[in-house]
Design a binder for this molecule. Structure first.
Ligand code: SF4
Length: 249
């Protein structure tokens, strides 16, 4: 019987954002980079600078990117599922990110010898997410490299990236809270969609057309956004939001 102990595998669930990038950088200081994996799910909707940043990080720590993909973008998924996702139910995260990453783990990283690392940012808002993430990743052990330290702001985290020689993904400087799905995230609120309209009008136009297409396809009054008016919840389509922004400017 062999007495050899399998080497631990350290798999960073890399999103392309500042939290998971710093998690990878911190981890690379305490484990052999040869035992690390930078696992990222391609949603086919990412900003091109996410891939520049990902390559820079991979080169800096000497760990190649491992990319998985469902193959669809969020809009194709919504049509297939006959459901327009929103901030209450973002099924795109499950299908385009969680399932591909978990499938890779099942095929390549046995739970007995692997640890998953998740880059939750050390803020009062994000820290409570750790418990549910740990439950969802069972049977894998999960660690959150940034949660050991004190609370930090996004600006502080971005500064650390720069100090370590990385140019942060451009979406942060363009006013987006997260570097995901090119700024056109169904979980974002009205403010981010208005920012998308200003910064990337062509992306907004695509999202607006896709939302209208799905409304027609499903023959239903659905929308990504909603708002409360005089205490009553209302649907708010991207077309309506754009018209209101144009009228106000
Ligand atoms: S970033 Fe937003 S749009 Fe993209 S998969 Fe996640 S929830 Fe969906």
């Amino acid at each position: 019987m062999s007495t050899q102990t399998a080497e631990l595998q350290h798999v960073v669930q890399f999103s392309g954002g500042v939290g998971s990038a710093l998690s990878a950088l911190h981890l690379a200081e305490r484990v052999d980079p040869n035992t690390m994996t930078l696992l990222i799910a391609d949603t086919k909707a990412e900003d091109e600078d996410l891939w520049r940043f990902s390559r820079d990080l991979a080169e800096l720590i000497g760990v190649p990117l491992t990319t998985v993909s469902d193959g669809r973008d969020p809009w194709q998924l919504f049509r297939d599922q006959r459901f327009l996702a929103n901030d209450r139910l973002a099924l795109c995260t499950k299908h385009l990110k969680q399932i591909p990453c978990r499938t890779w783990m099942q095929n390549n990283a046995p739970p007995e010898t692997s640890i998953a690392y998740v880059g939750i940012e050390p803020t009062k808002k994000d820290r409570p997410r750790a418990a549910a993430i740990t439950r969802n990743w069972a049977p894998w052990r999960v660690e959150f490299p940034l949660l050991d330290g004190p609370d930090r702001t996004k600006a502080d985290l971005l500064d650390e990236l720069r100090e370590r020689g990385l140019t942060p993904p451009r979406l942060y400087e363009m006013g987006f809270e997260h570097n995901n799905c090119g700024g056109a995230c169904v979980r974002a609120g009205q403010r981010q969609w208005c920012n998308l309209l200003d910064v990337f009008p062509e992306r907004y136009a695509r999202a607006e057309a896709e939302e209208e297409g799905i409304r027609t396809y499903l023959d239903k009054d659905v929308s990504i956004l909603r708002r409360i008016r005089e205490g009553v919840p209302q649907r708010l389509t991207l077309a309506q939001l754009r018209r209101e922004q144009e009228a106000a400017s």
